[in-house]
Design a protein around this ligand. Structure first.
Ligand code: HEC
Ligand code: HEC
Length: 388
């Protein structure tokens, strides 16, 4: 409970800070390098990165100490992007996006932070490539390497499918048994397509969507799905990093309606793994408030006749094949409550696929609700009430 409350409040703080980062972009007039695009990639719906105390502690005595003493002339209130701020959590959340712990010398923070650009703005900040590299190394070995988000729960690497084309999805499927043999028979499937082709010396990019967790014979709990590209955790690829969910056995819900873009690093040779902050088999999970579900959610499903496509409901509809395959709403109320919960986010209820599909037409879903007021607070109250 306390944990959830903390996450939400830090998310709000970071959301309210992000316009500062946005504004500072206009300061630049040079064309953006790929690293800059990567460092600045903003995903469609990413409330906040999850942080780890050990990582923050190590950050405090290494990179944070350096930027607070050598870089504040321009990076506390500008004109450069404001990452050397007094709020250590805000500073951490920004700087971690400039770092590749698995290949520190290639980090944007090294290349840009050690290149003495301060001199071209009239200040000698006295920091070179070696110094930045050493401070990031201290951050990593002093604690960040023990954070679950950067080190644990990684799947096997898969090669990106060759010949990806725009608008033509291919499916990638990771066996979660490669994270840990006890997780055999659970899979994460995601669709991927080409987003941009490489052109004029700029790398291309991929777009992922419809991530689907396929639980085997046990219930599966996960928190924070992240991407690892060629061995490096891509901190900016955070579209799914705030999701926390328990998936009932034999369920395979889409876990988000949002997309994630990755910049291609090696032409037709990128390898991608997934990482979870937490991933484990758990005991049975049932709806705690089926009465609230019936009153607040089921009634609207009947009103809007979701069942015409998804099957079930009072008239025992047959539905249409694709909708039934992806989300079969037939059967008992208990079952529907559980499979709806598997498509709901307790931390950020309005971002739930259960809501984003029919309200915001995620992935081209028919628009069933015309305004957010039709699902808030009724649906979001139910989702909130299910948080244990
Ligand atoms: C005298 C001013 C000044 C000082 C001192 C300075 N910088 Fe900068 N820095 C800038 C400006 C202005 C920009 C934005 C324009 C650009 O990219 O050159 C920038 C950009 C950056 C960026 C790119 C951020 C982004 O979002 O693309 C990084 C990283 C960076 N600085 C690191 C550092 C580090 C590390 C230090 C301290 C060791 C430092 N800078 C000291 C002026 C400064
Ligand atoms: C006119 C037909 C139709 C109606 C009515 C409809 N849906 Fe759907 N729905 C679909 C189709 C088709 C899919 C599969 C599309 C896809 O995965 O891209 C789908 C997929 C979904 C998904 C994603 C499931 C998953 O795990 O992949 C959710 C959530 C969803 N619908 C919720 C609803 C809700 C809630 C309602 C009623 C308020 C509703 N739908 C009404 C056709 C419909």
């Amino acid at each position: 409970m306390k944990f959830h409350a903390m996450l939400i409040s830090s998310a709000l703080v970071m959301w309210s800070c992000s316009p500062t980062i946005e504004n500072s972009q206009s300061f630049r007039d040079t064309p953006k390098s790929v690293e800059q695009i990567q460092a600045n990639l903003v995903s469609e719906s990413s409330p906040a990165p999850l942080q780890c105390d050990l990582g923050i502690k190590a950050f405090e005595t290494s990179v944070y100490k350096m930027v607070r003493s050598q870089c504040i002339a321009c990076h506390e209130t500008g004109p450069g992007p404001t990452f050397a701020v007094a709020d250590i959590n805000a500073s951490y959340a920004r700087l971690i996006n400039y770092v590749r712990f698995q290949n520190i010398p290639q980090s944007y923070l090294v290349k840009k932070g050690g290149n003495q650009h301060c001199k071209s703005y009239g200040v000698d900040c006295g920091v070179d490539f070696n110094r930045v590299t050493a401070e990031i190394q201290n951050w990593w070995s002093g604690g960040e390497s023990q954070c679950p988000s950067t080190a644990k729960n990684r799947t096997e690497e898969l090669e990106m499918p060759k010949n990806l084309a725009k608008g033509q999805h291919q499916t990638m499927k990771w066996d979660l048994g490669t994270v840990n043999p006890s997780l055999a028979n659970n899979f994460l499937e995601v669709e991927v397509e080409r987003f941009t082709e490489p052109a004029n010396g700029q790398e291309g990019s991929f777009r992922f969507g419809r991530p689907r967790l396929m639980a085997g014979g046990s219930n599966l709990y996960f928190r924070a799905l992240r991407f690892v590209q060629n061995g490096n955790l891509v901190a900016k690829a955070d579209s799914y990093s705030w999701i926390e969910r328990t998936i009932g056995r034999n369920e395979s819900p889409v876990i988000s309606g949002a997309h994630q873009i990755l910049i291609e690093e090696k032409s037709n040779a990128d390898r991608v793994a997934l990482a979870f902050d937490e991933l484990s088999l758990v005991g049975p999970k049932k709806c705690l408030h089926q009465d609230v579900f019936e009153k607040n959610v089921y009634s609207a499903m009947v009103d809007r006749n979701c069942f015409a496509c998804h099957a079930g409901g009072p008239d025992k509809e047959k539905g249409i094949p694709l909708a039934v395959k992806n989300f079969d709403m037939s059967g008992t109320l208990d079952r529907l409550c559980g499979s709806s919960l598997a498509r709901a986010d307790s931390l950020f209820p309005t971002l739930s696929p259960l809501i984003s599909y029919p309200l915001r037409r995620a992935n081209g879903h028919p628009g069933i609700f015309a305004s957010p007021g039709e699902v808030t607070p009724t649906w979001t109250d139910w989702i909130g009430s299910e948080k244990d």
